[in-house]
Design a protein around this ligand. Sequence first.
Ligand code: ADP
Length: 636
Amino acid sequence: MATERKKQFKTESKKLLDMMINSIYTHKEIFLRELISNASDAIDKLYYRSLTDDSVTLNRGDYEIRLIPDKEARTLLIRDNGCGMTAEELENNLGTIARSGSMDFKKENESKEDIDIIGQFGVGFYSSFMVADRITVTSRAYGSDSAFCWRSEGVDGYTVEPCEKEGNGTDILLHLREDSENENYSEFLDTYRIRSLVKKYSDYIRYPIRMQVENQKLKEGTGTDGKDPEYETVTEDETLNSMVPLWKKRPSEVTEEEYAAFYRDKFYDYEAPGMTIHFKSEGTATFDSLLFVPQHAPFNYYTKDYEKGIQLYSSGVLIMEKCADLIPDYFGFVRGLVDSADLSLNVSREMLQHDHQVKLIAKTIEKKIKNELAKKLESDREGYEAFWHAFGMQIKFGLYDHYGMNRDVLQDLALFTSSAEKKLVTLKEYVSRMPESQKKIYYACGETVDKIEMLPQTEAAKEKGYEVLYLTDDVDEFVFKILRNYDEKEFVNVCAEDAELSSEEEKEAVKKENEDSADLLNVMKEALGDAVSAVRFTGALKNYPVCLSSEGGLSVEMERVINKMPGASEDKAKAQTVLEINANHPIAAKLKDLSENDRDKLASYAKILYAQARLIGGMSVENPAELSSLICELMV
Ligand code: ADP
């Protein structure tokens, strides 16, 4: 290769390539799966064109992927008669990483060994550099008269030149590396080995993968009529794969490993799926479906870059890579495919949106996913909680979206941390444990469970024997506000004025106390200005001197969330905050004393107590300097 004509790989690709070349990964064999999968995609593309474009006159039976090992030359050729590539495509496709995200993924997981990524995420074409030191790709695009040849010996670049090639498609010629003490590359020239690799990784590929193999055959005319059997070696074509798409098989015929391998390969995950849902639907909508729930959210899942969608096949032909209409947003993490015979191949994205059949399929899929998740929640709590950690946020957004329209689908799938053993519970479980005296579902909000535990109101609710749901995600309280109730029991923030954590008698007593102390409370309210909407005594607190509660629909937590939202308006949302003072705490007597004897000091106390209430509630103090000098005044 003349160096001056060499072109450079893009930086990212170079890194990946370097990783491949120096790989100590033990399952280098996966390169074959990657190349066969590319070949199959290339045939898919052409086949699809032949179905929708009359100028492409090809029959399904014409397609094949062929493997040609050559022991003498130490080469393995992977040939397909698919769409092929133009010179430009060779350059663009093989000079850069096509699998968007694979490098981002690598960055995110820099600490992990490269093993995971190579073996399971799959790195496409470049993985062949794990076994080959020289690669020649000869390709001719369908409908073009000219062919081009891409050559590379690794990181220092590649060349693209015109060349000769009969027929459309792509030949990938790998020159295998020399065997070493630790590595045996020659095995990839062995037909038995190749056959077993195809079976293992590529059995479901829907085009025949063929190879010439030598078989021992009984010589004609021997072995019968008393003649001794004689054998001869014949070379014949063998189709190595069964060609039945995995989703067309019965679930009982497919092993977990096969599902996992299929999932990783098709959906570019580096680990096995958390859940596999394989079913056939008959009736209103007839289709096969194979769906997966990943174990973890993809790194971009909660960003706008993530595109939901399910592959859509029509009788085994891929017609859309990501059909968003098949899956509701709140199950957007589900990957997989649907294969229906009732869809036309020519449907466009726009038409699909209104397609009656697609709507039916989407409904069926939604129901199925819901039922499977509910089943998992019942039968495999640990597994379900792992799911919840990955995608619970999505389910909660789903509950909140569209004014709670999807509550029937989602509300029993949601988990919340509960004061009962600090475990995750469902709303159903919560309600089933409510004591008779409890009429509402109590929750408390805060940054962490520990902070919520320390809230005076949490203590008060627990004191009454009520379970409290601990909400730590920003969206949580909004969800409850939208849902309003569950099983006819209202959701109520323990910090809300209407939490009703006191008995009727207590309430009466406190009411009287508040009336009698109107003057005192007024002075305190004046001292605090707009920071609070009222100051009052409460009987609900046990040990804490003070707490903040809120009146009206907006809690202090919601105020915080709304105001930090991007695009929050200039007019800050403001919760109606009430400073509540524990009527049974010694501080109450002290305040009364001050109200009679030292009103200035009472004002200072109001400010200090308000600051304390904020701290107890897990918030910061608005004016630390003032607080500090107030405390010093008391100390000296
Ligand atoms: P991926 O297959 O994930 O897109 P690869 O690095 O394996 O990534 O391949 C890059 C691109 O090169 C493919 O997307 C495809 O466009 C093209 N390509 C690879 N192999 C073939 C082939 N045999 N025939 C036609 N195009 C191919």
